[in-house]
Design a protein around this ligand. Structure first.
Ligand code: UD1
Ligand code: CA
Length: 454
């Protein structure tokens, strides 16, 4: 049998007032990735024939995020927020183009997985007109309830509209539905807005389809696959689930996490073989760690590529644009930003290296700072292979230190240093023999006079 074509529609309009945030709800992040990008990544996993994202008017940032996460997605604008069924109909043009399955997924359910979506589609291939994803949350308040009789799904009642007996139902609407493409529009167009919020509820599709003598089924899944996010509390709960999954996947892939529960990962963190991550490490978005690298305790990495066998931390900070070559060593209290540290180079203590290239084998002494910013623009520092930068040096960019050159400790380097040269940029030391004993003698006379005056 030929595979059924699928149109996925993601509902992502609205501000999400209960998040108490100026940011659109679906742009909040779980594991370093927006809720919307999580949903679109799961959708990509089922290879739909088309994907529509419904956004609110003026939500260009949501459209941009959709484009980044799934370039083939087409955005439709829901001019006013008038409910989930109204939102689906904003993508009418996509529905009219036709598909065997029409999958509707709420943009605020970031934990959904491709396998869960496939589970929902399965009944359509067997003749169902509508499949609804259900789950039994620990706390059902706020969710729509699935009203069943003799195991058959009759209708969905929203929490706000439910009477006490209905609120007692623990089987809830997960926020994903699959329609058979033939007849989906006929159902959607019949949905009205006679409810407490005067919204067009997608959930009414169940009762309408049943009234049309169509087969409607519920597909029950795990809570952690479909948690919906309406508040910061729910966002934090989803984050915890996402972290559990990512840690588990890293362990399964052979990463040594000494204390997994203290390591925070991003959805896109990648690890090579035989990587060790010590306790209390945070991986922000876009980090890759090469084979055999060690990330020591209390380090923070984001937008960084760590080469094979490199060592980072303890207490290191790698900011976006950091590229560490194989075997590079970044030690405690070192911050790196937008800089390439080539193979075997070392910055072991208390440094800031920004907008720079550090050649292979170079040694950056403790306390070295690249002065990359003049208050207006960022400037570049180039350090040649095997150069040696003495401790506590300030390299005032733009500046270049040649290969193999030495910079004396405590130097302020404002001009280029040729290869193999020594540069000293500090005051010459002055020694005054006997000065300290003369001072002490002078002070003790003063003290005797003071006592005499008591
Ligand atoms: C919805 C369901 C509820 C279900 C829960 C699962 C309805 C009426 N209710 O409730 O049964 O248990 O999700 O998490 O469907 N959206 C739009 N345009 C709109 C309204 C919503 O695009 O006009 C989008 C939102 O951005 C959101 C999604 O649809 O991503 C769901 O809307 P939301 O307001 O979060 O619905 P819930 O009250 O959570
Ligand atoms: Ca929701």
């Amino acid at each position: 049998m030929a595979a059924r074509s699928c149109l996925a529609i993601v509902l992502a309009a609205g501000e999400g007032t209960r998040m108490r945030s100026a940011r659109p709800k679906v742009l909040h992040e779980v594991a370093g990735r927006s809720l919307l990008a999580h949903v679109l990544t799961a959708i990509a996993g089922i290879e739909p024939s088309a994907t529509a994202v419904v956004i609110g008017s003026g939500q260009d940032d949501v459209a941009a995020e959709a484009g980044r996460a799934l370039p083939h997605a087409i955005c439709f604008v829901q001019r006013e927020r008038r409910g989930t069924a109204h939102a689906v109909l904003a993508a009418r043009a996509a529905i009219e183009r036709g598909a065997d399955d029409i999958l509707v997924i709420y943009g605020d359910t970031p934990l959904i997985r491709p396998a869960t979506l496939q589970l929902l589609r399965a009944p359509l291939a067997k003749g169902a007109a509508l499949a609804v994803m259900g789950f039994r949350p620990t706390d059902p308040s706020g969710y729509g309830r699935l009203v069943t009789k003799n195991g058959r799904l009759l209708r969905i009642v929203e929490h706000a509209d439910a009477v006490p007996q209905e609120r007692a139902i623990d089987l809830c609407n997960a926020g994903a539905m699959a329609f058979d493409g033939n007849g989906a529009l006929a159902i959607l167009e019949r949905i009205g807005n006679r409810n407490r919020k005067s919204e067009f509820y997608l959930t009414d599709a169940v009762e309408i389809a049943r009234g049309m003598n169509k087969t409607v089924v519920a597909v029950e899944v795990e809570e952690d696959d479909v948690r919906g996010i309406n508040s910061k509390k729910e966002l934090a709960e989803a984050e915890a689930v996402a972290q559990q999954r990512l840690r588990r996947a890293a362990l399964d892939a052979g990463v040594t996490l000494v204390a997994p529960e203290t390591v925070f990962l991003s959805a896109d963190t990648t690890f090579g073989k035989d990587v060790v991550v010590e306790p209390y490490v945070v991986f922000g978005a876009n980090v890759s760690v090469g084979d055999g690298a060690v990330i020591r305790a209390f380090s923070h990495l984001a937008g960084a590529a760590v080469g094979k066998g490199a060592s980072v931390g303890p207490f290191a900070r790698l900011r976006p644009g950091t590229r560490l070559g194989d075997g590079a060593r970044i030690g405690n209290f070192v911050e790196i930003k937008e800089a390439k540290i080539e193979a075997g180079a070392k910055a072991n203590h208390l440094s800031y290296i920004g907008d720079a290239v550090v050649g292979a084998g170079a040694n950056i002494g403790a306390g070295t700072i690249t002065c990359n910013y003049d208050g207006y623009a960022k400037h570049h520092t180039a350090i040649g292979e095997n150069a040696f930068i003495g401790s506590n040096s300030a390299l005032v960019a733009p500046v270049a230190i040649g290969a193999g050159a030495y910079v004396g400790s405590g130097s302020v380097i404002t001009a280029d240093v040729p290869a193999d040269a020594l540069a000293l940029g500090r005051g010459r030391q002055v020694v005054k023999e006997g000065w300290a004993s003369r001072l002490r003698a002078l002070k003790s006379i003063g003290r005797k006079k003071a006592h005499a005056g008591d």
